[in-house]
Design a protein around this ligand. Structure first.
Ligand SMILES: [Ca+2]
Length: 464
């Protein structure tokens, strides 16, 4: 074949590729609503989610190809300026500062071992390592608490004594953690969606794990994020202990318009970070404790649906990830008394495509706290954990976040509170990553809505 036919062939191939891209370009986002919002766990919704998963897989593959062809055609392009995000933005918003979105893509250099240690679970929403290489794991829909042994993959029978939950839609048994003095007190804390008069609330309860690990004894509810609402979405529900032995609880704003406006109200626990003692009482140093019109447990407000929380291992700051509307998922550093702006300002838009509150994205200009980072399109963020370990040294102090609908784990590299790199891991697994934890020995553990628990270690460094 002569040179002319080769270049003609190349041209035709490129033309076909460009046309294919153009044809698919617009519908990549149309089904984003199925991501988590409407993930009513009905059969229909599940099918829709699977469809949109496949779509996003396709676009990812196309994205990778287009990245390659860009490199071929223009080798002088600085590779470092490439973002881990390959899909087009769904909004017209510009970031408040350059590093606020689409950080340069980074790549883990270590070779990783990725292993499924357990499968066949339900939706393992929350996990905690309560004993070396043994996890307490919640099952959201069946409201079961299980013990998963990471060393042999064994899964216990459901622990007796867990609370009754409302398991519709996004509700169920949510997060789990243990008291700092668990070895003596045996106290386990859980969050869940609870039916009370007037609707449902995000609730926190605690009980004592029996010596034989088969039952939670004397389980009692210690906190309810009132007011109750007749809805089954946006419970938030993460809990974490601070160094003083108090609990941070995150909530959601219950999703619907107008209830979501309560995220701005200091007389409602919706759309808040809440700071309580292990008995469910407001912590005395809370920012609104002197304000008679405000609820004493509130620590920060103006949040949408906070799905992940952890302390930065170096700075000690409390970081959260909140699920945005269509785009506009945010990473925030939480300071007492601050207002994070939802639903007055957002880097996202409604799933219908309409603007939110006339489409104001600038937080600071409106008197709110700018997110340290946001995603457009969505990363569908869920549970998260800082890598407070040096087993994989290049991961030290990085943040790992589960992605539900773009199916990957997000790795975020942070310097001076600024996001300087982003990587997407396990993109080929096709799993909705629900919760993340780092074990004492430095394994990254990820649970998925497909009922799997993954263990990720450096190749050759595993515990087996
Ligand atoms: Ca915000």
């Amino acid at each position: 074949m002569g040179k002319i036919s080769w270049s003609r062939l190349t041209f035709l191939l490129m033309l076909v590729f460009v046309l294919a891209l153009a044809a698919c370009g617009d519908d990549g986002t149309s089904d984003e609503e199925n991501i988590e919002e409407a993930t009513a766990e009905s059969d229909t919704a599940t099918e829709e989610t699977e469809e949109s998963t496949e779509e996003s897989k396709e676009t990812t593959e196309e994205g990778e190809e287009s990245e390659e062809s860009t490199e071929e055609s223009d080798e002088s392009t600085d590779a470092e300026s490439e973002s881990a995000e390959t899909e087009p933005k769904v909004t017209d918003f510009e970031p408040a500062f350059e590093e606020q979105t689409r950080a340069p893509e980074v790549e883990t250099e270590a070779e990783l071992d990725v292993e499924v240690v357990a499968e066949g679970l339900g939706v393992p929403w929350g996990m905690v390592e309560f004993d070396t290489n043994r996890l307490l794991v919640t099952q959201r829909d069946s409201a079961e608490l299980l013990i998963v042994n990471l060393e042999d993959g064994s899964v216990s029978d459901p622990i007796e004594g867990t609370p009754e939950v409302n398991s519709e839609d996004q509700g169920g048994l949510l997060d789990v953690t243990v008291a700092p003095d668990f070895d003596e007190s045996r106290t386990v804390f859980m969050t869940f969606s609870q039916d009370i008069e007037g609707g449902t609330v995000t609730a926190v309860g605690k009980g004592m794990l029996s010596k034989d690990e088969t039952a939670l004894e004397d389980f009692e509810v210690i906190f309810q994020a009132t007011p109750a609402y007749e809805g089954t979405l946006h419970y938030g529900g993460r809990i974490i202990f601070d160094d003083d032995g108090n609990l941070f609880l995150t909530t959601g704003e219950r999703s619907d318009d107008p209830i979501r406006e309560r995220a701005q109200d200091l007389d409602a626990y919706l759309g808040k970070v809440i700071h309580i003692t292990p008995d469910g009482e407001p912590v005395e140093s809370n920012p609104f404790i002197e304000d008679e019109d405000a609820l004493d447990g509130i620590y920060s407000y103006g949040h949408r649906n906070i799905q992940g929380v952890d302390f930065h291992p170096e700075t000690g700051d409390l970081w959260i990830v909140e699920f945005g509307p269509q785009a506009g998922d945010e990473l925030n550093i939480i300071e007492p008394g601050n207002n994070y702006g939802w639903p007055i300002v957002s880097y996202g838009i409604e799933y219908s495509g309409e603007l939110i509150n006339d489409g104001i994205s600038e937080h600071e200009a409106q008197g709110f706290v700018e997110p340290r980072y946001y995603w457009d399109p969505t990363s569908a963020p869920s549970g998260m954990s800082f890598y407070d370990n040096d087993a994989i040294s290049e991961w030290e102090n990085n943040l790992f976040i589960g992605g539900l609908a773009p199916n990957y784990i997000v790795r975020v590299v942070i310097e001076d509170d600024t996001i300087v790199g982003e990587e997407r891991l396990l993109t080929e697994e096709g799993e909705r990553f629900r919760d993340i934890l780092v074990t004492e020995d430095g394994a990254l553990i990820a649970s998925t809505d497909g009922g799997k628990i993954y263990r990720i270690t450096e190749a050759g460094e595993g515990s087996e």
